[in-house]
Design a protein around this ligand. Structure first.
Ligand SMILES: [Mg+2]
Length: 149
């Protein structure tokens, strides 16, 4: 059963390198509001694991705001998921035990497969202000779920 990010049981996780999606996963698309339970879950996850935030949207102000609020670094890359070069700048010792957490199977799921990571697809955070384009992409991604992984 798919869970919201804040519902994940992370108590047994350790020494993972986690690449955490932002849009749809810890905020609604383009959003910067963080549910306190999401912030708490990130904090819990960070005690025994290395976490990096990465969003394909590249909204520098918003991304930095989330990084400051969560004390989690942004993964810096000019590439976009699912391109495996996204992790090019990750130190080699952190390129093992990789885990991708995201809301899109066609982006995050494919990216995980390409970099040899485990993947957790979370229940998507949506907003009433999501644009039609964003909604259509969600529909397409949910449709793809029936055929992939
Ligand atoms: Mg997303």
């Amino acid at each position: 059963m798919e869970k919201y990010f804040k519902e994940l049981d992370v108590s047994a996780w350790s020494r993972k390198t986690i690449i955490l999606d932002i849009d749809g996963t810890i905020t609604a698309d383009g959003g910067s509001d963080l549910d306190p339970l999401v912030a708490k879950k990130i904090e819990e996850m960070a005690t025994a694991n290395s976490i990096f935030l990465f969003s394909n949207k590249h909204l520098p102000d918003r991304d930095n705001d989330i990084a400051n609020k969560t004390h989690i670094p942004l993964l810096i890359s000019s590439f976009k998921k699912p391109n495996k070069k996204v992790i090019k700048n990750l130190p080699d010792q952190l390129k093992t035990n990789l885990l991708v957490i995201g809301d899109k199977i066609l982006i995050d799921g494919l990216f995980a497969k390409k970099i040899g990571a485990d993947f957790i697809k979370v229940k998507r955070l949506t907003s009433q202000s999501d644009s039609l384009k964003v909604k259509l992409i969600y529909i397409l991604d949910d449709f793809a779920k029936h055929f992939i992984g």
